[in-house]
Structures are given as structure tokens and as C-alpha cells.
Write a protein that binds this ligand. Structure first.
Ligand SMILES: [Zn+2]
Length: 207
């Protein structure tokens, strides 16, 4: 397993390439913008893209999807259905509707990236459909868990109580996993369990 990160778009969204060197297959997590840069980075790995995984439906994470679909028409995109608002134009400003091969994924699902297995945890709070993806010791947290912080809960579908429950679940995972958030710095779960005030509150159940 090899993971490459690149920052894309005006809000500096972390886009990740999850590569299986054994089979030369990769997945793209959160191509928020700059599809051409993302595609060039994928080409550099020598891997064939097999999936686009979205941690949630916000436009700064999904902005590159349409252009990548045009480049890779056979590659499916995964997004939890709770972040799709087909009948709510106001919500669509933040959760733009995607077209093409969009597939649902949810708690307990497992997906293959070559010989790697990606498992899905539903971690609502930042949005209803936020998920955290785990592959080996890597956690792709989207805007749920940040280094030293957590995602906002004041957007549509946001909920602080659910965020705390999601953070509590993440805090209970065994081992010092890599924390790969949707924005800003990378971290580790042990470090976050020590210093992240939101995670500490969630672990103590004081919010
Ligand atoms: Zn977001």
C-alpha cells in the first residue's frame, strides 16, 4: 500500500491516492478540484484508477469528480446517499449533484482496491453522509477528524452530538493509525487521543 497526498482547490482539500503496488491499481479519495493535476499524479504512480471515494458530498471534496469521470468513464464514484439532496436546490449549493456512475456506500461496506480492502465507517456529524475510510493502518477521515480539531457542524446536515459519537468511535479504534484528514496536517490516532480537545471530550463523554 502506498498513499500519496496532494492539496487541491482554494480551500486546500487533501486529495489522496491509495495505491496497491502489487496489482498497480489505485483509488482517488476526495478529488476536490484540479482534476488534471490529480490525473497526472495518478499517471505518475503507474497505477490504473479503479474508484473515486468521497468522504462526504461537500463541493470542496467533489469538485474534480466530473472532469475525472470524463477522463475515466469506466471508473465508479462512491458517495453515501445521505449527502445527496436531489430535491433541495438550497442544499445543492453545498452538496452539488453528481451525475454518471455514482454508487452508494455505507457502514460496514468493504471495497477492493486491487488486493487492498477499504472498509467504510459511517461517521456523521460534519454532514449526514460523512464516512471514514480505513485501509490497513490508514484512516481517511474527511472533515470528521482533523489534527487537533474536528469538522464544522453548522452546515446543513451537521450535528455536534453525532460528531461527538463519531469521534468517540474513532478514538476507540485499536492501534496508532494514520490520521489522514480532508484538510490541513496529517496526524496519528495516538497523538489525537492525547492532544485533540474534541476527541478528548468525546472520549470522556463530556459534550
Ligand atoms: Zn466538508
Amino acid at each position: 500500500m502506498e498513499i500519496k497526498a496532494l492539496q487541491v482547490g482554494a480551500l486546500g482539500t487533501n486529495c489522496y491516492l491509495l495505491c496497491d503496488e502489487a496489482t498497480k491499481v489505485c483509488a482517488v479519495v476526495d478529488p476536490g478540484a484540479d482534476a488534471n493535476r490529480v490525473a497526472a499524479a495518478v499517471a505518475q504512480t503507474g497505477c490504473t484508477p479503479c474508484a473515486i471515494f468521497l468522504t462526504h458530498g461537500h463541493d470542496d471534496h467533489t469538485g474534480g469528480v466530473a472532469d475525472l469521470q470524463a477522463l475515466w468513464p469506466e471508473v465508479p464514484t462512491y458517495l453515501n446517499h445521505r449527502d445527496i439532496y436531489p430535491d433541495d436546490p438550497r442544499a445543492q449549493q453545498l452538496f452539488p449533484l453528481l451525475s454518471g456512475d455514482i454508487r452508494d456506500y455505507d457502514e460496514g461496506d468493504s471495497l477492493s482496491v486491487g488486493s487492498l480492502t477499504v472498509s467504510v465507517m459511517a461517521t456523521p456529524g460534519h454532514s449526514e453522509g460523512s464516512v471514514t475510510l480505513r485501509c490497513g493502518d490508514a484512516l481517511f477521515c474527511g472533515d470528521t477528524l482533523f489534527a487537533g480539531s474536528c469538522g464544522r457542524t453548522d452546515f446543513q446536515g451537521g450535528d455536534m452530538e453525532k460528531m461527538m459519537a463519531s469521534l468517540k468511535r474513532l478514538s476507540a479504534l485499536e492501534g496508532d493509525l494514520q490520521v489522514l484528514p480532508g484538510h490541513m496536517d496529517f496526524s496519528s490516532l495516538d497523538r489525537e487521543r492525547r492532544v485533540n480537545p474534541y476527541l478528548l471530550h468525546a472520549m470522556r463523554g463530556t459534550i
